[in-house]
Write a protein that binds this ligand. Structure first.
Ligand code: BMP
Length: 230
């Protein structure tokens, strides 16, 4: 790998470089390597999850990361424990090679750990069933800066909340939006409202040609146009 190709440590540095984050919620171990092979050279960030960890285990995940050393691996851990335990789990994930961890924001600033060399991203609003979440939305956005988080996750189907978070956070933080494709949000529409990245699971990994699906969605995300999103 050349110096130019060397991966950044921080997700904020990938703003604008790449807009689509494939979510790898795959239940067959070999599909992780097959999908990463298909996306080679295109994908900059992937989101893995408990499904990943339960399918390939921590050693499998370590190997997947080593085999794809030019990709930023984000673990959607949705942590919601006390600070000490959140810190232990995030620290273990960092040792495996994970660069960023998603945790719940509602647990409050007191439970957000500081882990060296790791981005923490707070879930601020869910794509579904998040009424209680949205009641505390402003609180979660407010603590992002206090706890030195890298940014937030906000459902792509909540354009007003995305725009609100962007206005409060400014450009130094990342906004990641799931719900694109299989859950009904059009590619580019979360970005048109202020998100930096669109998280896409099934619309890529269930496609008969994941590479083409990624290219098409990345292209639509790049041409984000608010008029197409009404
Ligand atoms: P899909 O594109 O297949 O619907 O997958 C969406 C991904 O985003 C899943 O990994 C899911 O856990 C995640 N997600 C979501 O769908 N809504 C949320 O509010 C938060 C999420 O992390």
């Amino acid at each position: 790998m050349t110096a130019e190709e060397e991966m950044t440590d921080r997700i904020v540095d990938l703003k604008g470089v790449s807009r689509v984050i494939p979510a790898l919620d795959l239940t067959k171990p070999e599909r992780y390597w097959a999908l990463m092979r298909e996306l080679r050279g295109l994908v900059k960030i992937v989101k893995v999850s408990w499904v990943t960890l339960l399918t390939i285990g921590p050693e499998g995940l370590r190997k997947l990361i080593l085999d794809n050393s030019d990709v930023y691996f984000l673990m959607d851990a949705k942590l919601a424990d006390v600070n000490f335990i959140n810190g232990l789990i995030a620290g273990r994930l960092r040792e495996i090679g994970i660069r960023g961890v998603i945790m719940h924001g509602f647990v409050g600033s007191v439970n957000v750990p500081r882990v060296e060399d790791l981005d923490l991203i707070l879930l601020a609003s869910m794509t579904s069933g998040g009424e209680l979440y949205d009641a505390n939305f402003d609180y979660v956005i407010k603590i992002v800066k206090d706890v030195n988080a890298a940014g937030v996750v906000i459902g792509g189907n909540k354009p007003n909340l995305i725009a609100r978070a962007r206005a409060i956070l400014g450009s130094g933080y990342v906004i990641l939006s799931p719900g694109i494709g299989a859950q009904g949000v059009k590619p580019g529409c979360a970005i048109a409202h202020g998100a930096d990245f669109e998280i896409v699971g099934r619309a890529i990994y269930e496609s008969s040609n994941p590479r083409e699906a990624f290219i098409r969605i990345e292209d639509e995300a790049r041409r984000a146009d608010i008029n197409r999103c009404k």
